[in-house]
Design a protein around this ligand. Structure first.
Ligand SMILES: O=P(O)(O)OC[C@H]1O[C@H](O[C@H]2O[C@H](CO)[C@@H](O)[C@H](O)[C@H]2O)[C@H](O)[C@@H](O)[C@@H]1O
Length: 253
């Protein structure tokens, strides 16, 4: 297990952070997740330390991220990179094919079968949750497989933590990080990306190609990530230590 460095040069580092399972513990329901004031303060301090080259990189929608981190509105690559908000606050929605209404109605009928099933609609795709109805996992899988076959090559399945997500194939966390690095204040900085799930592997791959720091929460065996932090608490300790405004030191770049 390879622990990430504790010090970074804040003038040369861009920090990218996944949300669920990385900054915040997994909860039974997506709406039960909200950032505590300490986390919001630590993110604000880290963002200040790197001159605002900090972005959330999440499967969540932008609207949901703003609810979770209210009253802050951090730069973000949301919905796996379909919705983007830069450090200047300007938003951009990447073009994506929309889902047919009949398909969404089919998902609604499926989730009506059990209280614990939930479908979150995204800007281009959806997340079908079965955490509170695990017996329905096989049926959820076969429905999502059918839907994916109908949607064709433009979409992909992300097999997440008790959730099956359909997202545009071209929109990945790696692409979201690439977008940020193409404009100030992210340009010419070495990326650091922390994530915990399969959907974060695209981000790890891209960051590795740039010689950045890829960090997986909960162990990096079988992951492209080169470093690991044990859990959410360890991520928060590491971030506060390494990116507290004003106390960062030079690294090896
Ligand atoms: O990319 P992330 O920020 O990690 O988001 C991935 C998905 O996270 C959320 O679902 C997961 O967290 C929920 C709350 O802890 C949990 O109930 C669920 O079982 C997990 O799969 C979110 O609801 C999805 O929209 C995100 O895509």
């Amino acid at each position: 297990m390879n622990q990430p460095p504790q010090t970074f040069d804040p003038t040369r580092t861009a920090l990218f952070l996944d949300v669920d399972g990385t900054l915040l513990e997994i909860e039974q329901h997506p709406d039960a997740v909200a950032a505590d004031p300490d986390l919001i303060q630590a993110l604000g301090a880290a963002s200040h330390a790197v001159d605002h080259a900090l972005a959330l990189i999440s499967g969540r929608s932008l609207e949901d991220l703003d609810r979770i981190f209210s009253p802050e509105r951090f730069a973000a690559g949301a919905a796996h990179g379909t919705e983007l908000r830069g450090a200047d606050g300007a938003t951009k929605k990447r073009p994506a094919p929309s889902l047919p209404a009949g398909m969404l109605a089919r998902l609604d009928r499926f989730v009506a079968r059990a209280d614990g099933l939930l479908c979150e609609r995204k800007a281009a795709g959806f997340s079908l949750h079965y955490r509170k109805a695990p017996d329905y996992e096989p049926q959820a899988r076969s429905l999502v497989k059918e839907i994916l076959a109908e949607l064709g090559e433009d979409f992909r399945l992300i097999d997440g933590k008790m959730v099956l997500e359909i997202a545009p194939r071209a929109h990945t966390k790696g692409e979201a990080i690439r977008w940020f690095l193409s404009s100030p204040p992210f340009t010419d900085r070495r990326p650091v990306f922390v994530g915990d799930d399969v959907t974060d592997e695209d981000g790890f791959r891209y960051v590795n190609t740039l010689g950045g720091y890829s960090i997986r929460v909960g162990g990096n065996a079988g992951s492209l990530a080169r470093y690991t932090l044990d859990n959410v608490a360890a991520v928060r300790r590491w971030m506060s230590g390494a990116f507290a405004a004003g106390i960062c030191a030079d690294t090896d770049r």
